[in-house]
Write a protein that binds this ligand. Structure first.
Ligand SMILES: NC(=O)C1=CN([C@@H]2O[C@H](COP(=O)(O)OP(=O)(O)OC[C@H]3O[C@@H](n4cnc5c(N)ncnc54)[C@H](O)[C@@H]3O)[C@@H](O)[C@H]2O)C=CC1
Ligand SMILES: O=C([O-])CC(=O)C(=O)O
Length: 332
């Protein structure tokens, strides 16, 4: 039995993500919570002939608490998206408070659930969730995940495009590490499951890296003021949630990149490799029934990739500190 909950389920990501979770036969219960429209989305999805029982919840009558009760997996795409000209960090002002309040509800109602954070800025919202859980003495770093899967999905797609054959995209995996914004997104092209041609020129590689790092901006610009990636994010979020659920149900050998707290198995070794005392980083993590079993290291990265990692660390550290101090020293 798996109960999955989507917080922000009526939004641009929330609706298609809920649809994809409803089509996952391993999900037996699906609770959809939003401050608007969730019951309608739930009734609509409930007509789909798959096992999950779907229920929608709004804030009145303890809706959030009821949605979360008994949850194993909680996915959080609640919050505002970017408009052209904004950075993800510009969303902090609004989304930090939304994520704090939802994290408080999870910590008090479903403290053992796997929490998958999509709301931006991910580099700060994940530390916010951790700090809230720490305040409630229920923090388990193995169960908290920043969802960076869209960066991994983009890397597969854009590498396949460079190789001139989109049909390859589903079999190409590229580890993407660091964080989830601009220069903190570090694709390790040298570790692509399908090597790039050795004679590929530097400008093609540089623009490929740049496109993966700024793929979010490409969508924000194309949507022209109406939001950011929703459909590709729903696909990525469902992919990631499915892996968490498969590992929870006992499947072995699942390794996926995710933005995680480093105070756990493999974290110290990774910090040494990074050469920086940093508490969060996106790296491939090995999953098991209790969440993260081990954080993997960087592997054999090239000198050029090392430059990218070094460029990511200062911005990451600032974003982490911003999230942590939002909870530890709230402004009056
Ligand atoms: N991690 C990633 O790779 C990605 C993250 N995002 C982020 O996901 C978030 C959501 O994006 P969209 O779905 O496009 O936005 P949206 O505005 O379409 O949907 C957000 C939903 O959250 C709901 N909401 C707001 N406050 C809430 C609260 N306190 N409790 C429950 N629900 C609440 C809204 O009612 C709305 O239905 C944004 O912060 C965006 O930046 C977007 C794409 C990729
Ligand atoms: O760019 C944004 O604001 C949304 C996002 O995180 C992405 O598409 O990667």
């Amino acid at each position: 039995m798996v109960k999955a909950v989507v917080l922000g389920a009526a939004g641009g990501i929330g609706q298609p993500l809920s649809l994809l979770l409803k089509t996952n036969p391993a999900v037996t219960e699906l609770a959809l919570y939003d401050i608007v429209n969730a019951p309608g989305v739930a009734v609509d999805l409930s007509h789909i002939a798959t096992p999950a029982k779907v229920q929608g919840y709004l804030p009145p009558n303890d809706g959030l608490k009821n949605a979360l009760t008994g949850a194993q997996v909680v996915v959080v795409p609640a919050g505002v998206p970017r408009k052209p000209g904004m950075t993800r960090d510009d969303l902090f002002k609004i989304n930090a408070g939304i994520v704090r309040d939802l994290a408080t509800a999870i910590a008090t109602t479903a403290p053992k659930a796997f929490v998958l954070v999509i709301s931006n800025p991910v580099n700060s919202t994940v530390p916010i969730v951790a700090e809230v859980f720490k305040q409630h003495n229920v923090f388990d770093p193995k169960r908290l995940f920043g969802v960076t899967t869209l960066d991994v999905v983009r890397a597969s797609t854009f590498v396949a495009e460079v190789l001139g054959d989109l049909s390859l995209s589903q079999s190409i995996t590229v580890p993407v590490i660091g964080g989830h914004s601009g220069v903190t997104i570090v694709p390790l092209l040298s570790q692509s499951s399908r090597p790039l041609p050795e004679n590929l020129d530097k400008s093609t590689i540089d623009s490929l890296i740049n496109r993966i790092q700024f793929g979010g901006d490409e969508v924000v610009k194309a949507k022209d003021g109406t939001g950011s990636a929703t459909l590709s994010m729903a696909y990525a979020g469902a992919e990631f949630a499915t892996k968490i659920i498969r590992a929870f149900k006992g499947e072995k050998g699942i390794v996926v990149p995710s933005y995680v707290n480093l105070t756990q198995e493999g974290g110290e070794a990774l910090k040494k490799e990074l050469g920086k005392e940093i508490d969060y980083f996106s790296a491939p993590v090995a999953l098991g029934p209790n969440g993260i079993e081990r954080i993997n290291g960087l592997g054999a990265i090239t000198p050029a990739e090392r430059v990218l990692v070094d460029a990511a660390l200062p911005e990451l550290a600032t974003s982490i500190e911003k999230g942590v101090s939002f909870i530890q020293t709230p402004k009056l």
